[in-house]
Design a protein around this ligand. Structure first.
Ligand code: MN
Length: 254
């Protein structure tokens, strides 16, 4: 879509500019607006909200309307707005489709969600979208919902400091997959540490455990996607203050 009243949508991710999830999301959102892709040049999963401040960054145009950044998802959004768009705010930022869920605690590690956070901080409404699967992705389910959600956000707007974190079960789009507005739940992982010895006799480690399950809290993101096989839409606030603890901590007289 092109024209002066056509919304501009910045699409990014944390799986890298060649991810099939990114391509699927961009294609879906071309039905809604003009799409600009600015994404990391390689996988940056679990990069969280990191910015690259200790070395220079390079932007490379890899296709029409598509730019790769040799940095993090937040670098990509920052450069997308401040370099590619020369400070113009896009009407919407969409991050994903991530190849894996971002439920519960995952939000604090997720580069996918952090890219949406960076967009929010830079003044553009944003959503992150992830698929709860590791292979054989039904992207069409997430794509259909992403286009509907994009239209809704463009129509309603989002408050400052707020974004939407969307997770989609890996099921076919027909019959239509229902959605639920949810709160952040709790996933469980093993605290695995695998140690090995390198060819020079030194120990090295792989961290990051396997998924054990999730807490069965009704209305949470994890229950909605992993048990009920529904789409989860979680409003996320960037103000991390624990409001209910303010008085309690003040009473400590530290
Ligand atoms: Mn990822």
């Amino acid at each position: 879509m092109r024209g002066t009243n056509v919304p501009l949508i910045l699409v990014t991710n944390d799986d890298g500019v060649r991810s099939p999830g990114l391509c699927a999301l961009a294609d879906a959102l071309r039905e809604v607006g003009e799409v600009l892709i600015v994404a990391p040049d390689r996988e940056q999963s679990a990069a969280s909200h990191a910015l690259t401040l200790q070395r220079p960054l390079r932007l490379e145009q890899v296709a029409p309307g598509t730019w790769a950044v040799d940095g993090t998802p937040s670098d990509a959004v920052y450069l997308g707005i401040n370099a590619v768009l020369k400070g113009r705010r896009p009407d919407l930022i969409a991050s994903g489709i991530n190849l894996g869920a971002n439920l519960g605690d995952d939000i604090t590690y997720s580069g996918t969600v952090a890219a949406a956070m960076e967009g929010t901080l830079l003044g553009a409404p944003a959503f992150a979208i992830s698929m709860a699967a590791r292979r054989d992705f039904h992207f069409e389910t997430a794509c259909g919902f992403a286009a509907r959600l994009a239209r809704s956000i463009l129509a309603h707007g989002l408050p400052k400091m707020a974004l939407l974190n969307v997770n989609v079960p890996n099921v076919p789009p027909s019959p239509e997959v229902p959605y639920r507005v949810t709160f952040q739940g709790k996933r469980r992982y093993t605290d695995a540490v695998i140690d090995r010895t390198d060819p020079r006799g030194r120990t090295y480690y792989w961290i990051g455990g396997d998924e054990l399950g999730f807490d069965a809290v009704e209305g949470s993101d994890a229950v909605t996607v992993l048990r009920d096989r529904m789409i989860s839409v979680t409003p996320v606030h960037l103000d991390l203050t624990h409001v209910r603890l303010l008085d309690q901590i003040a009473a400590w007289s530290i």
